[in-house]
Design a protein around this ligand. Sequence first.
Ligand SMILES: Nc1ncnc2c1ncn2[C@@H]1O[C@H](COP(=O)(O)OP(=O)(O)O)[C@@H](O)[C@H]1O
Ligand SMILES: [Mg+2]
Length: 145
Amino acid sequence: MKYLSRSLTDTETYAGLALDFFSVQKNRTAATLVGLYGNLGSGKTAFTQAVAKLLGVGESVTSPTFVIEKIYEISKGDYRHLIHIDAYRLEQASEMMRLGWDGIIADPANLILVEWPEKIAEIMPENHIKIHFTFVDETTREIEF
Ligand SMILES: Nc1ncnc2c1ncn2[C@@H]1O[C@H](COP(=O)(O)OP(=O)(O)O)[C@@H](O)[C@H]1O
Ligand SMILES: [Mg+2]
């Protein structure tokens, strides 16, 4: 489905729909792994912040561009951790192994949102959930999943 977000409030509404979609798709034997596809400024980090807010993450969620990965504790619902990854600066997908990739994608308690999943395509399991973001105009973004 394609959704047109005209504000951060809309983006939060669609983040809620996405969370419902994730729970339908939920894999009980592995993490819920989501690739966030789209150009710079298309709203991938804004979407992740909306998901974090809906899951009750207390701390502020900022872009993990320089640290690659951030892990947030979740106290309510099905997941125990929200893991936010920005693969933009990675030279090689194998750099994710040093961050314990195999372990984090194996844990059903993890919801993992990956910005720039193209950068680590060879280690993203084929069946991951894909969300596409498109810049429409200054205040409008298309979100498709
Ligand atoms: N409808 C919208 N949904 C999400 N972000 C929006 C929207 N309209 C404007 N924006 C702005 O667009 C920017 C998106 O940036 P960001 O989420 O960091 O993009 P990305 O992570 O894809 O590079 C933010 O500054 C956000 O406030
Ligand atoms: Mg970003």
